[in-house]
Design a protein around this ligand. Structure first.
Ligand code: AMP
Length: 395
């Protein structure tokens, strides 16, 4: 019987999953991709097969499906009937934080769970849900091997100088350092560049992961040497609802002058800022691009301004730039944002955009003589997790 691997990505109100077939001698392929959204408010399961055809669309009340564990049970029932002829070999989890020491995925044990639980204060909005999903699988099928894949692990190749903050050193020792995130996405891109863009794979590359969360990573020879995100996923670029890098004095001002509580500031920084906060319209780039409201344009202009600024900083870290790679929802789909970024960076970076290639979606979107090349490479974090899981399970 064929092995399959389940990939889980648990958020605060959602549980995303994919099922990959893992043939003994070939690349894995997604056979089902789905998510339960609206956990706690209006649970809604949607599942598609590997070709994008819908195979389930179910809504529940919150009394029928109240928790991630109950959502997982529903998913398990559906998948058992759909994959009756297959063996579930293991589960790979996206875990946001691996702390300072995990530079690679690990097989889940009780000790690992306990260790990852100590990192909850570093990622209070994500880590508890990631761990809850691991526990939920244990309840449904205790013997099933599970693998934790960390969003921070890929950045552990960065040197200490780059991971420091200019705070008293004891804070570094207590874990206040630049961790970087979106590591599974960057690892996937680094792994596929030798196939998609061999001429840049071992060079100085900045990858722009532009989705509802957005960050950039400097790659040298396929290894992370710098990233725009830091201690938390709030740092760096402006995002859908997060401001990205701001003067920490603003947080003091909000506390001391405006009397905001920690919870109110958390809400402001994670949910009400970024494209949403600036435009006053929404956090969806498609909506902003379609709008002719002046503040939609302002939000887009600031989004691009920040990308260019971060690109300059990461280019300095790399000591030069051979290529810029766009990925994730906006990076893969928005011709306009790619064009704006490349035009803004053209004079200093030498990127010479090929408008027709950009409209076609790449992969190469710069002209052949361009000093620095530009690319569009779709990311696949789930496949990266499935690959890690298969490798650690030895199947
Ligand atoms: P992700 O978090 O990677 O799924 O990316 C979500 C973001 O991608 C949202 O801001 C979407 O509006 C944006 N996005 C998806 N498709 C497009 C598109 N065709 N044009 C512009 N933005 C897009």
């Amino acid at each position: 019987m064929e092995n399959v691997i389940l990939v889980l990505n648990a958020g605060s109100s959602s549980l995303k999953f994919s099922v990959f077939e893992a043939p003994a001698d070939g690349e894995m392929r997604a056979r089902a991709v789905g998510q339960v959204e609206g956990l706690g408010t209006a649970p809604h399961l949607k599942v598609k097969d590997g070709d994008g055809e819908s195979i389930a669309d179910v809504r529940w009340s919150t009394s029928e499906v109240a928790s991630h564990a109950q959502a997982l049970q529903q998913i398990a029932t559906l998948l058992r009937s759909r994959f009756a002829g297959s063996v579930l070999a293991g589960v790979g989890h996206r875990v946001v934080h691996g702390g300072p020491d995990h530079a690679a995925p690990v097989l889940v044990t009780e000790e690992v769970i306990e260790e990852l639980a100590t990192l909850v204060p570093l990622a209070p909005l994500h880590q508890p849900h990631n761990l809850a999903a691991i526990r939920a699988v244990q309840e449904v099928q205790p013997e099933l091997p599970q693998v934790a894949c960390f969003d921070t692990a890929f950045h552990r190749s960065q040197d200490m100088v780059g991971q420091l903050y200019g705070l008293p050193y004891e804070y570094y020792e207590r874990g206040v350092r630049r961790y970087g995130f979106h590591g599974l996405s960057y690892e996937y891109i680094a792994a596929i560049l030798p196939t998609v863009a061999p001429e840049i794979a071992s060079g100085r590359v900045v990858v722009a992961h532009l989705g509802s969360g957005a960050s950039m990573c400097a790659l040298r020879d396929g290894r992370s040497v710098g990233s725009s995100m830091g201690f938390t996923a709030l740092d760096g670029l402006m995002m859908g609802t997060r401001p990205g890098n701001i003067d920490p004095g603003i947080v003091l001002y909000l506390i001391q002058q405006e009397g905001l509580s920690a919870k109110e500031i958390e809400n402001l920084l994670y949910k009400r800022s970024g494209l949403l906060g600036l435009s006053g319209i929404g956090n969806d780039m498609r909506v902003l691009e379609a709008s002719d409201a002046p503040r939609a344009r302002l939000a887009i202009d600031h989004f691009v301004y920040r990308i260019n600024r971060e690109l300059g900083a990461l280019t300095a870290v790399l000591g030069g730039l051979d290529a810029l790679v766009f990925t994730a929802g906006i990076g893969e789909n928005s011709m306009r944002i790619r064009q704006m970024v490349c035009q803004k960076a053209a004079a200093w970076s030498g990127i010479d955009l090929d408008a027709a290639a950009n409209a076609g979606g790449g992969p190469r979107i710069s002209r052949s003589g361009s000093r620095t090349s530009a690319w569009v490479v779709p990311t696949n974090e789930e496949l990266m997790i499935a690959r890690h899981t298969r490798k650690l399970l030895g199947i």
